[in-house]
Each structure stands twice: as structure tokens, then as C-alpha cells.
Design a protein around this ligand. Sequence first.
Ligand code: BGC
Length: 807
Amino acid sequence: MKRKVPFLSILAIVWCVGASAQKKPAAATPQLGKSPLKAVIKAMTVEEKVRLVVGMGFKMPGASSAPKKKETGTTAVPAATPPAFTLPPIDPSDDIPEKVPGAAGRTHAIKRLGIPSITVSDGPAGIRIDPIRNGDSSKTYYATAFPVGTLLASSWDVNLVHKVGVAFGNEIHEYGADVILGPGANIHRNPLGGRNFEYYSEDPLVSGSMAAAIINGIQSQGVGTSIKHFVANNQETNRNSVNTIVSQRALREIYLKDFEIAIKASHPWTVMSSYNKLNGPYTSENPDLLTTILKKEWGFKGFVMTDWFGGRDAVAQVNAGNDLLMPGTTMQSKAILEAVNSGKIKMSQLDANVERILNIVLKSPEFKKYKYSSKPDLKKNAAVSRMAAAQGMVLLKNDDKALPLKGKKVALFGNTSYDLIAGGTGSGNVNKAYTISLIQGLANGGYSVDANLKSAYETYINDAKAKQPKNRMSFFMLPPPIPQMAITPDMLSQEAESADVAILTLGRNAGEGADRKVENDFNLMDSEQALIKNISDAFHAKGKKLVVVLNIGGVIETASWRDQVDGILLAWQPGLEAGNAITDVLSGKVNPSGKLATTFPVKYEDEPSAKNFPGKELPMPEGEKPNPMRGHPAVVTYEEGIYVGYRYFTTFDVKPAYEFGYGLSYTKFKYSDLKLSSKTFNGSVTATVTVTNTGEVAGREVVELYVSAPVATLQKPEEELRAFGKTKTLQPKESQTMSFTLSAKDLESFNTAQSAWVSEAGTYTVKVGASSTDIKKSQKFDLPKTIIVEKVHNVLKPEMQIDELKK
Ligand code: BGC
């Protein structure tokens, strides 16, 4: 017989169970930062992990964050992310509003576990955010446009670049972002590269040292960086689809090398993989690149994120160790979730990616609840920008002391003089409050410019701009350049009569999404050639000089016109204080001390990569239609191998217009007493050299140390830059002794057959000079026995045969 349990007894049992449950609290949910990281990861559901490795969505750059007015007249609340890419939140409270309008992306928050969302923002020359929010212009959020990467590298001054990093990092911190999407460290392989301005140099030592300096500066302020685009992303044409074919040696010695130097010396919080394929797979889908080389060989501890919508296969990306997919789409989350459930992604892999992301979240200002002001000291940072800009300008020509300027009356020609270019376009652009034009800069420096000429130029430029086509893709497509205003003979002779000197600025702009062209870009436009000739004739007829200022982001042709001018100042794209910084150098307030970190060839065809840039387009696969965002299937083969830039010009005896490492000063320097610590290499060798200012004004000299290695098993370039330094400001007659220590690593080459870095036995020549060809002193030492410096993995083999250039 069944015993009946009285109702009250049941109630009593339920109450007791409830009471005991209350006494013994359920195990608390682990919290990021309070609980061990492993416990937090263990507590995450698969969906939460997937959520963390896929970014939060995307807003088209430049799209306003201002709320749209509804027809009724009420104001709509801005969506956190546009619906097309929004992932439905697991918990609605995780769908947090955008923190820094205009920033490029965010990670997901998982509030249950105390995981906040972190914000990443472009770009390499300043934080790229919306300057005006919600249509309210009473408060603005302008950022400092620092000089572009190529200018910073031309300073050859790592301390200066570190200082820029500190100012930049502070601005990122104060505007509430966690990670800046920079620096850009791709090698200048070809002068037409559309994003070369964002990058540093053709040489991996200069590039890697500059990247390390800015990363260390930025990260000293408690925010992170994302060194990009990893790797061999040296062109914009078909950037999302091109298969870049490079030998293992060229990869190791040139294209990977600068990332290796920077990552080991500065530990960036994150690395951004590139859009292109490399020897087959997409870089973001390649475990040999991201896990074997980056994480295992180099010991990188941060996380890897994709470039925006980069690669195709989310599952392959997760498995490759591309920890975060940016900006993140619903499709990617779905694919990853399915792959975890089906075993195509192992939980251990997903956990490893999650752990790397969380380790960085833990360091972020957002996690630390930093109360950012949105009021960085823009005045102070503009001063840093101006100072750095002047230090990175390169004096290419100065016949008969055309500079510093003598008189105070300047005839100012060239559209760009009135509308200077602070930096390039695309994600490398910065929303700055102003750009000081050259006419303003000259006026601030006490120079006078003819008012008629000024108003003629201003009217001409305004009219030409008004006529430019407005296109919807303007983020990627630059408007066509404005031809030079024709100067009437009357105007010209009037100027030549009244002014002390003529200054002509030539400008160039470029940016992501397109490479530059040879005609009317690398080569001058006809209107520019004509202007140079006319001004030169008119001013020289009066015994007056013409100085050209180059306001460019990449290399141009100079050999055909330079004989007609007296001075050339390469000002690059110098940031928002452009006109003031150029005037600082023109006037002599700052003695130029920059040197070229990239060769200027006589003609485009002299470039070793010219016949393989930007590669060949391949037929569209059946059934696929061309997609402007994806580009065309294409392949580019780096046939020049390791002979990039001066490695080619010096080895194959091709004379450039201005060689790597070249730059003039208003003073002169003498090099003396090059001494080596030993004539036999024994673990290291130290070179010392004395540099003396033998001119009349104070100045700084960049000292370059090249090494010519013995050719035994491997072919070698004629010489390679192995160390460099910059003197302090030397007063006339003052000297400084510079010291450089070379270790076995500074002598190595990559031996593909052995998958090893090797320093081969033989005689090495240390050459110290003022440029790659202006060698002032040299000394030799012997390495008695070949040293295997490091064995590495035999990975990233090209999938097709390369007919590489041989010496
Ligand atoms: C660029 C990256 C940039 C990202 C986010 C991409 O198109 O290649 O350099 O950081 O967009 O804006």
C-alpha cells in the first residue's frame, strides 16, 4: 500500500532544501581579474567564447555617428552597430553603446564574467575618430595628425620617434580607446605602393627600429598597439586577393625581419594580419606564419587580429591562431560555432585564442575603468608633431646655399603651398582641427608673400575643388589631382622683380585601396614641369633662386627637373603643423638632419620590382563575379628576392637620383678614427667613430654603419645596414664619438637549405658613412668559423618556382 505523504510535509521538505541551498551559496561566477584566467575561460559557454573571438561589427569609416532625425521630428537613438553585421546578444545587457564614435571596432563584452568590450581605433599617424558627435559642434574631438611614418623614419632618430609615441599614446588614452591600429611596418618594396606613407622604409633595420620606438612610446601610456599588416602586404592593387610569392630567404631577411625586430624589442599588444595571400594561403589563415613563426619562434604574447573583413575562412583563421576576427560578422560566428561543435576547431585552440584576447583585455584602460577626459592636451601634442616633422625632413639639394632663406619676401607658387597635405588618406587619415598651410607658416615665421598671388591661388583652388566629382567611395578613392595653376608671364615677371626667392611646392597624396601611377604621379604632370621651367627661367634671369618643397607621401621622379632648381626640401607629409615645420627648416631655425630611408631612383623602371608590380590578374573562377571589395584574383612574384632598395642599387651598380641614407645639412661633418675593438670576431665587435661638426652652424648627423659580408655559400648584397645612430646637436667644432656593437646576429644571412640564420666565415668590411654610397671610413675583421646563429622552421615555402634575381 502506498503511504500518502501529507501536503504539509512536502512543503516542509521543499522549504528545508531551499533553506540549506541558501546557506550554501552556489559557486560564484568567476570574474575576469578577480579569478584565475583559466577559471574564467572554464566558466565560459562555447557561445561566449565564439563571441569573444569575433568582433562586434562595423560602421563604415566616415559614417556619422549623429542620430538620424525621424520624420516626426523626434531624434532616433543611434544604433550601437548597424544591423547588417550585428550579432544578437546572448544577454541584452552586453549590447553596449559605442564608446568612441568613429573608432574602427570593438570586442564583445561578457558582463556575466566581468569581461568588458575593448575599443580599437585607426591609425598610424594619429587617432582616427569622429571629430563631432551627435551633430553637437559645441564640443569637438579633433586629434593630432603626427607626421606620417615615412617622415618619422627619415629622422633616423629612435628617441624622437619614442617621444612622438608618448604624445600619441596619451591622446589615445584620453580619448578612451584601448588599442591603436598601427604602426604600419610593411617594407617599401615599390615607390607606387599606395600606403607607403604609412610605412617606414625599404630597409628592415630602420623600419623595425622605428616601429619598436613608437610602440614603446605609445604603450608606455597604458594603451596598446597593433603592428600591421603582417605580412608582405606591399601593394594595394587587389590587396584582398593577391597571392604574393616570395622566397623564404627574402621573407626572412626583408619582409618578416622588421616585424621580428619590432615585436621582440617592443612587445606590441596585438598584431594585425594582412589581407593578401602569401605563397598560397591567406596570411590570416596560415598557422605557419601566425603560430609557428610569430608565436613560437618570436615568442609573441599578445593576440592577432585580422585586417577588416580579411581572409575568407573563419574556421581556418581560428585554427591558424588568428585570435580575433575583425570587425566581426554573424556569418563568422556561425561558422566557428558549427566547427567547434563538429570538432573542426578543437576546444583547446579556441581556448588558446580566448586566453590571448583576455590577457590583453586585462591590461586595457577599459578593464581598469580609466576615466578618460576626451580632452588631450592638443596644444602640447601639436608642438611635438611640429618638432618631429622638422627633424624628419630631408634636404635633397642646396646649391650655392639657397637655404636657409636669405630675404623675407617670398614668391610662393604651387597649389599645395596654399593647401598642404598633412597625411595620406583612408584609415591612415586623421580628423585634425587644422593643417597649417605653407603661406600661414611663412607668415608666422615673419616672411611676406604677395597678396595678389595668394588670392589668385585661393580662388583657383576653391573653384577646382568645387568642380571635383563627389563619389560615394571617397574613403577609398581620391579625387583627381588639381593641375597647377598657370602663372601669367606678367605675374611671373612681377614676382621675379619684387620677391627675394621663389618657393614652389609639389604635392602628392595616396591612401588605402589604390596604388599610385607612374604617369602624372611618380612622374611630374606637364603643368608641373612647365611651372618649374617658367619660374626657374624668370627668377634665374634676375639672379634669384628657386627652392622646391616636396609635400609627398611616396617617392617621385626628381632627375629630370632638379638641375633647374637651386634647392629641394623633401618635407614628406608632416602632420597638422606642416607649414610651421617647413618654415622652421627653410628659415634655418631647425638645421635639417633627416636622411632618406628609401631610395629615389632616376626613373621608375630602375626599380628592381618595377616589372613585377602590381602583378598579374588571373581569370575569375567559374561562377564568381568580380567584387570591388575583394578585387580580382591575382599573383605577384617578388623576383628581385632580397635585392630590395639599396641592396639592389649598390649590388647591381645602378645609380639612383638620391641614394638610401642621403641627406644634406646646413653644416658639414667630418668622420675620423674608425676603430674596431678587435680584428677577429669573438662573440662581438665594437666599432667607434668620431664625428665632428666642421661647418658654421649647429647640427646633427645620422651615422650609418654598413657591413659587406664575405660571399661563401650564399649570395650577399654589396652591403647591408647593420647599425645606425644620430649625434646630439653638435656646435661648430664639437665632436662626438659614436659606438656600435655588432653581434653574430648582425652579420647573419638566411640559408634556406639549412633553414637557419648563418654568419659565414671570412672577412667582413665595416663601412661607416653619411649614406649608403658616401662611405667615409672602413675597417675589416675576420670571422674564423661559420656560426649557425639560429635554426628555424622550414615553413612558408613558395608554392611555385621563383626565378629570383642573382648577383
Ligand atoms: C585597413 C587597416 C585598418 C582597418 C580598420 C583596413 O581597411 O587595411 O589598416 O586598420 O581597415 O579601419
